[in-house]
Design a protein around this ligand. Structure first.
Ligand SMILES: CC(C)(COP(=O)(O)OP(=O)(O)OC[C@H]1O[C@@H](n2cnc3c(N)ncnc32)[C@H](O)[C@@H]1OP(=O)(O)O)[C@@H](O)C(=O)NCCC(=O)NCCS
Length: 204
């Protein structure tokens, strides 16, 4: 196996932007068709502020990053920081690349300003960490996703995190099956997203 798992490094930024956009949700790519804008929503925050809690899969033959798992230990704090650090950059980027679409602006506003529901607050008490995982298509189904999940889980346990959760698109059957097979619990679902979680208090 030529794939090594290592900590995320700030110099991986370009590779992460590419992977994030290439493997991203098709509907969201239509709404945010610019890779940098897309990455501002789903990966750049972690490159800038969460390298300690994130990992990449690196092909030692080609010397390329081919996948990643990004995480934060404390979602509540991360969401507040995201608004302070990245929301303005998103608005500026939308202006800079002259996106006129109302749909893009409305969805961007909704994602940035999404209120935290009571249900979400309760979820965060039990499962405070969250993650994003993406692997290039040609490297999928080789066990790399499982290796990244295991690496992150050990990291979370070593940092005394009591649980983690993640959201996956309701139409992303590949992702949903992957999390089910990995043994995560389906804790919430609606028309758009499924939320999976794991309690880590019995694992330490
Ligand atoms: C979801 C995702 C992370 C899974 O990663 P992956 O590396 O393909 O996952 P794994 O290889 O560990 O497991 C996937 C399947 O391959 C199988 N597998 C594991 N090791 C294998 C190997 N050496 N050879 C062949 N198959 C293998 C697993 O048993 C699993 O089987 P299943 O599909 O029947 O459940 C990946 O498909 C992805 O990045 N998708 C695009 C982005 C995305 O949807 N992210 C999640 C949304 S939040």
């Amino acid at each position: 196996m030529t794939i090594k798992i290592r900590k995320l490094d700030k110099k991986d930024e370009k590779s992460l932007i590419d992977i994030c956009f290439i493997t991203g949700d098709l509907f969201l790519k239509e709404v945010f068709p610019d890779p940098y804008l897309f990455s501002l929503f789903w990966c750049l925050y972690y490159v800038w502020y969460e390298t300690n809690n994130s990992f990449v899969a690196f092909d030692t033959k080609t010397k390329k990053v081919i996948g990643y798992i990004l995480s934060t230990l404390d979602t509540k704090k991360q969401e507040e920081d995201f608004k302070k650090t990245t929301a303005t950059l998103i608005k500026n980027r939308i202006k800079e690349i002259k996106i006129k679409s109302l749909k893009t602006r409305i969805i961007a506003h909704f994602i940035i300003n999404k209120p935290t529901s009571k249900k979400q607050r309760n979820l965060l008490k039990r499962y405070p960490a969250h993650l994003h995982i993406n692997i290039l298509l040609e490297y999928q189904r080789q066990g790399i996703g499982h290796r990244l999940m295991q690496t992150l889980e050990s990291h979370l346990i070593n940092n005394n995190v009591i649980g983690y959760h993640l959201e996956v698109g309701a139409k992303n059957n590949l992702g949903i099956n992957f999390y089910k097979k990995y043994g995560l619990e389906l804790v919430n679902k609606n028309r758009f997203t499924f939320t999976f979680a794991r309690d880590l208090t019995c694992s330490s």
